[in-house]
Design a protein around this ligand. Sequence first.
Ligand code: SF4
Ligand code: SF4
Length: 428
Amino acid sequence: MKPIEESWDSCVKCGICRSVCPVFKEKKEEPFVARGHITLIQELIKGSIDFSSKKAKNYLGECLLCTTCVESCPNDAHTDLAVVAARITVNKIHGVPLYKKIMAKTMSSRKLLDLSVRLGNIFSPVVFKTVKDVPREGVNVKIKNPIVEKDRLLLPISKKTFLNSYPEIIKGTSGKRVAIFIGCAVNYAYTEVGDALIDILKRLGIEIVIPKAQVCCGGPIYYSGMVDKAEKLAKKNIKLFETVEADAILIPEPTCASVIKIEYPRIFKYFSNDKYLKKAEILAERVHDPVAYLYNDTNLIDILKNTKLKREHTVTYHDSCHLNRGLGIKTEPRKLISAIGNVKFREMKDADRCCGNGGTFSVDFRETSLKIGKRKAENIINSKADTVVTGCSGCMMQIAEVLNIEHSQISAKHTIEIIDQALKGGDL
Ligand code: SF4
Ligand code: SF4
């Protein structure tokens, strides 16, 4: 496969990736770093290692796809892409775990996703326990099961989805018009983040389009190596948004934004024969992180300079991998947060180091995920902030969990939430 060959050719085995890889930092074994992944894939293809070996499968699985190695690689080796490509072959040989099959089936259909959340709500008192006194409210599963530990803090399930809460068009007065792709985490769990985004856009007089037929971006399916299934979702979203007129498509979930902006074109360039590449590239150009859009295309920063939160807060910021390395958004959230009155911004150590979530990585490799998360929690605590802000729901959930394990009450908020509260004169 082309992505594998390209990474294979560009890796000169310098080992720089060993100093930055969060997984290698915990495992300290060569097969868990970019150079090791590339060598392993080379050997697998040559046939000197068997693809059906369970060890090889785990080595290729235990990668966060955080792209820290890609960022630091002097030769531009795209290990993330090579690992996804190798996972396709691993899946063909080992099969896909049952829970991932169910995940893929459910995420492929809006109806099934909505139904699962409705059932989750109906059976919530039996299945879930709400956990309130933590850095961010979530749920624990009450019933012992083979996939998620009972003590794991999960995203809460919202009573009403974001997509069912708003009309398809919310009129504006400013002449600007944006569309929203909401992503599953905000649609079904952290709906308050979506509500805050609507609130901000309305205050700025921006017209909002919320296409109701949007489907999951397919990220967790794609990253798990089920690229053919992700491709079907990509086509649905591409076709839908082709018909939507808007200055920008805002996605408050950087994983979904990265999938649409970076992985959709890769799907049609490397993994599919379908002639969708041009369409995928056009869609990719239109996708923006809402915080970056608000910073670059509106006068929000000037407005924020005249706002203040009810109480003083010391705030630190965690860079999500997909927002920072994926979309290249690093300074915009910091500038907006720092502009808010009553906010003292304090940078934490290694703010751009992965929190260890990595989507299904945190399910499949919980021990490593928590070890990486512990380092993040320590850096947050050492910053002496009372609030940690980030632009990603997955990071927010992981950070809430690892802070809770460290007995910290530092609260975890989304960048959009703190901006919204500042505009309202509210609090965190
Ligand atoms: S930094 Fe890049 S070139 Fe160097 S070993 Fe790692 S992947 Fe290979
Ligand atoms: S993507 Fe992240 S976890 Fe995977 S090899 Fe690169 S740095 Fe390590």
